[in-house]
Design a protein around this ligand. Structure first.
Ligand code: HEM
Ligand code: HEM
Length: 230
């Protein structure tokens, strides 16, 4: 592929397919809901666990979509070598780079970090125990001390790492905006203004049906895990 900024003729190119965008905004709302429901006593924990299981389904979906999803949503498109990330930070661009199309090396780093810590948070939540009336669905499969240890990660370092990463994430988006690069509109509507030579992500009916089928399977997995706790 040619260096995107080498051509002067720009046109809207689909970069984020609908499944990736729905994944993103549903995840963001669910995380806010999880943090709120975790702070309210009583029945809110029931909703906390429902939202947690939704995030489980979303994460498994995104891991699959990172392999079979749209061109720019695939992990292979933004798994940069450390040397490439350093080059990006030094502002050295080479022909063939596509830093301004999908996730740039810094964005990619934050995406992998967020997905990783969210997987750990959901996993520890599944084994959590509030020592009053609510337990995660897999708590009964571990000893009491293991359940308590996983709960303290979930309530402590897990929670705070997520909050720090989300604040950095939003800070980075504001920083790029101030430097003249708007990232939010493409994550909302799907397109970026790019040279005509940049290949678009396929975002047609076939891809969307595939995403729906995959998400249905991920949701079924979540329901199955929830029922293990019954
Ligand atoms: C709890 C809140 C949030 C979480 C957990 C979160 C998580 C993520 C994740 C995982 C991605 C990667 C998307 C993918 O490739 O699948 C991403 C990208 C993105 N997010 Fe968020 N997000 C949150 C809130 C927000 C908010 C409030 C905004 C808007 C101000 C935002 C704007 C974006 C944008 C523009 C990208 C694409 C960045 C790029 O072009 O590299 N996010 N976010
Ligand atoms: C990314 C997803 C999640 C986030 C951000 C999150 C966040 C939190 C936070 C911050 C607390 C501590 C509340 C406090 O301060 O006392 C908490 C507690 C809890 N969470 Fe999650 N959680 C997530 C996923 C889950 C999942 C998937 C489950 C189980 C299905 C779960 C079950 C629980 C339980 C049972 C507690 C109560 C622990 C206690 O208060 O002792 N969480 N969660």
């Amino acid at each position: 592929m040619n260096e995107p900024s080498s051509s002067s003729e720009l046109r809207p190119v689909r970069v984020w397919d609908l499944p990736t965008r729905l994944f993103h905004w549903t995840l963001a709302l669910a995380i806010v809901g999880l943090l709120i429901t975790s702070k309210i006593a009583g029945n809110a924990l029931v909703w906390h666990m429902r939202l947690g299981l939704l995030v489980l389904a979303l994460l498994v979906f995104r891991l699959l979509w990172g392999v079979v999803g749209g061109h720019w949503s695939r992990f292979a498109r933004f798994a940069y070598a450390p040397s490439t990330t350093l080059r990006y930070l030094r502002g050295e661009h080479r022909a063939g780079d596509h830093f301004d199309v999908g996730h740039n090396p810094l964005g990619a780093f934050s995406v992998f970090a967020m997905l990783g810590i969210l997987v750990v948070q959901v996993a520890t939540g599944l084994f959590a125990n509030d020592e009053i009336a609510t337990t995660g669905p897999l708590n009964r499969f571990v000893s009491e001390s293991t359940g308590i240890a996983l709960t303290s990660w979930h309530k402590g370092p897990g929670q705070w790492t997520i909050i720090v990463l989300v604040v950095l994430h939003i800070g980075a988006i504001v920083f790029y905006r101030l430097r003249g690069t708007g990232l939010v509109a493409p994550m909302w509507a799907g397109d970026k203004l790019l040279p005509a030579t940049v290949p678009p992500t396929l975002d047609g009916v076939r891809q969307r049906v595939l995403a729906l089928v995959l998400f249905a399977a991920c949701a079924a997995l979540s329901v199955y895990i929830e029922r293990l706790g019954a």
